[in-house]
Design a protein around this ligand. Structure first.
Ligand SMILES: [Zn+2]
Length: 146
């Protein structure tokens, strides 16, 4: 089997690869289900704001905008999913990631198994997670196998 970079180059050129190579390329990126959203409580929301304030991965500006986005969403009665969606809409990736990690129940299912069980057709798919049942949407990679 070729190395991951050689396989990726072949896939980009729409050349066929072996099934084992396709599996290796998909598995090169870890994808784990984060589980369904928990119901939002005042305590969880306060803990989230505290974590944002202490997270050194955020710059001062990112911290301030994250707190503003979360408070606007909460004022609009947003639930956990709504707060994550507000971060995504504002392009605040770190905020969305932190909110997802704190507001979801966790699951741990390897989603590469789900992707590899389906067609590698480049299309969008919506399937239930085998671990927790939540609907998982993903775009399958377009990979031709020989
Ligand atoms: Zn799951």
């Amino acid at each position: 089997m070729r190395d991951i970079q050689e396989i990726a180059t072949a896939i980009d050129a729409e050349q066929p690869v072996t099934r084992a190579e396709a599996d290796a390329v998909v598995r090169a990126i870890g994808r784990t289900c984060t589980g369904p959203f928990k119901s939002m409580s005042e305590r969880t929301f306060r803990e989230f704001l505290k974590r944002v304030g202490e997270d050194t991965a955020f710059t001062k500006e990112e911290r301030e905008s994250a707190i503003a986005i979360a408070q606007r969403a909460a004022t609009a009665q947003a639930d956990a999913a709504g707060i994550v969606a507000a971060f995504r809409t504002q392009g605040h990736v770190q905020g969305a990631t932190l909110a997802n990690s704190m507001f979801r129940a966790g699951c741990g299912q390897d989603l590469n198994e789900v992707i590899l069980a389906g067609p590698l057709d480049g299309d969008e798919h919506l399937v239930p997670c085998p671990g927790c049942g939540r609907e998982v949407s993903y775009r399958a990679p377009f990979i031709r196998t020989a």
